[in-house]
Write a protein that binds this ligand. Structure first.
Ligand SMILES: *Cc1c(COP(=O)(O)O)cnc(C)c1O
Length: 449
């Protein structure tokens, strides 16, 4: 689907002013529409897990074909790469990709300033230093110009995040990577099914990392991850590092010889069996989500000052998270700051039953682990080179965190259409009552979560 900036939405029915729920009116979202489970667990998922339990091949290094190897094969095929390595979670998929690329002490990895903490922790786990680049104000993905400005002699990789399901600008990043001989590790934890110029994300950079965590677009019943790559050597090293540095040959007995530094980052076969069952319904869920989200955003596009998420040209958005920016000037709320508008909208929308929340309360580089350098002791890894890593301000990230709210998880459910329409009712109610929004923005206490 495409929702473009500035598209004209439906004409709203002016004149009728329903009372806001915060002022005692009925909430826009009825109770019956408030339960939308994710993941959707069906009998097929239960059967798959029970069959795996009965089959007795409960570890991923079990001899022969397992649920893990079946999932790896199917995901590699979907992403269009030669290799997929199942991992214990998305964070270890990122860390293993960096490890297999040989990224370590003295290296820098460029990471967007807006992401989930794991994107910044993964380089640290390899004793590399994350360097944070600002994002674009519309896509929320890393700004290639900001990345280019931070490349230095120690830069080893760029770690773009397909945040919220929107593919990052991989062409521009690829040119920077090529010019400087850098690897690209795609953080596709939020972007299963997203495409960039028709190609699935996770298969375009040097390596990709997906999360199967229970809230993601392709979930397991707990924790899991998938590392994807076309590079034979990278896959071989990642597979070894996943399993104590051992080489597990199909059909051969395990020899317990450790060839290199390894971890225990294996994916459990119970998790893999659940995800395999979910994968059978993935395309149907994805199609329903595209329809539901398009209908929802079409209605919201009529509200001046509500900046709806858009799809960058040439990409398919996986809609993992829907982020809305609040622009008080465009809404005609003179003298209200963007943050106050967002805080008032947060409070009033929650009262309507619209489950908006903030996604990230601070830019990644403001997290204590990075400001206080809580690493491995003695300032490691930041102290390794004896020189400071480059740093840049991130005004766009700060503005987006200040003036936006997110919808998460519920819209992933394929039956979310009616609930999303009720959410749109809630937004429209706010826009019918902008005088109240103005009053709350001027006086109301901020909602922080
Ligand atoms: C969830 C997530 C991760 C980490 O995945 P886990 O499976 O939770 O370890 C990494 N990056 C991003 C952007 C995420 O959303």
């Amino acid at each position: 689907m495409t929702v473009t900036a500035g598209s004209t939405g439906p004409v709203r029915n002016a004149g009728f002013r329903p009372a806001l729920a915060a002022l005692g009116g009925p909430p826009a979202v009825p109770r019956a529409l408030r339960s939308l489970p994710w993941p959707v667990i069906e009998q097929a998922d239960r059967d798959a897990v029970l069959a795996e339990l009965a089959g007795g091949r409960l570890v991923s290094n079990a001899d022969g074909e397992t649920a893990v190897s079946r999932l790896e094969e199917r995901w590699a095929e979907r992403v269009g790469v030669a290799h997929c390595v199942g991992t214990s979670n998305g964070t270890t998929a990122l860390a293993l990709a960096l490890a297999a690329l040989g990224i370590g002490p003295g290296d820098e990895v460029i990471v967007p300033a807006l992401s989930f903490i794991a994107s910044g922790l993964a380089p640290l786990h390899q004793l590399a230093v994350p360097v944070f680049a600002d994002i674009g104000p519309v896509t929320f993905t890393v700004d290639p110009a900001a990345v280019a400005a931070l490349v230095g002699p120690r830069t080893a990789a760029i770690l773009p995040v397909h945040l919220h399901g929107q593919p990052a600008d991989l062409d521009a990043l690829g040119q920077i990577a090529e010019r400087h001989g850098l690897a690209i590790v795609e953080d596709a934890a939020q972007a299963h099914g997203a495409r960039y110029h028709g190609r699935p994300v996770g298969g375009i950079g040097t390596a990709g990392a997906f999360s199967l965590q229970v809230t993601k677009n392709l979930p397991t019943c707990g924790e899991g991850g998938l590392l994807t790559t076309d590079d034979d050597a990278l896959a071989r090293v990642a597979r070894r590092a996943r399993q104590f540095g051992e080489v597990i040959e199909p059909g051969a007995d395990r020899d317990y010889i450790s060839h290199s530094l390894g971890w225990n980052h294996k994916l459990s076969s119970i998790q893999a069996s659940f995800t395999l069952a979910q994968l059978d319904r993935f395309d149907d869920y994805e199609a329903a989500r595209q329809r539901n989200v398009a209908d929802f955003l079409y209605r919201l596009s009529a509200l001046p000052g509500l900046v709806i998420p858009t799809v960058a040209p040439g990409t398919t958005h996986a809609w993992h998270i829907l982020r809305f920016r609040f622009d008080p000037t465009a809404a005609g709320l003179d003298g209200v700051t963007p943050g106050a508008f967002r805080a008032a909208a947060h409070r009033l929308l929650r009262a309507e039953g619209v489950p908006v929340s903030r996604y990230q309360l601070m830019a990644l580089p403001e997290q204590k682990v990075f400001t206080d350098r809580v690493g491995f002791g003695a300032g490691v890894p930041w102290s390794i080179t004896g020189e400071p890593a480059p740093a840049a301000p991130h005004p766009v990230t700060d503005a987006v965190i200040d003036d936006s709210l997110a919808l998460q998880k519920r819209h992933l459910n394929p039956d979310a259409g009616p609930a999303l329409q009720a959410y749109a009712d809630g937004f429209e109610k706010l826009w019918e009552n902008l005088d109240t929004v103005l009053a709350v923005a001027a006086t109301g206490p901020a909602v922080t979560r």
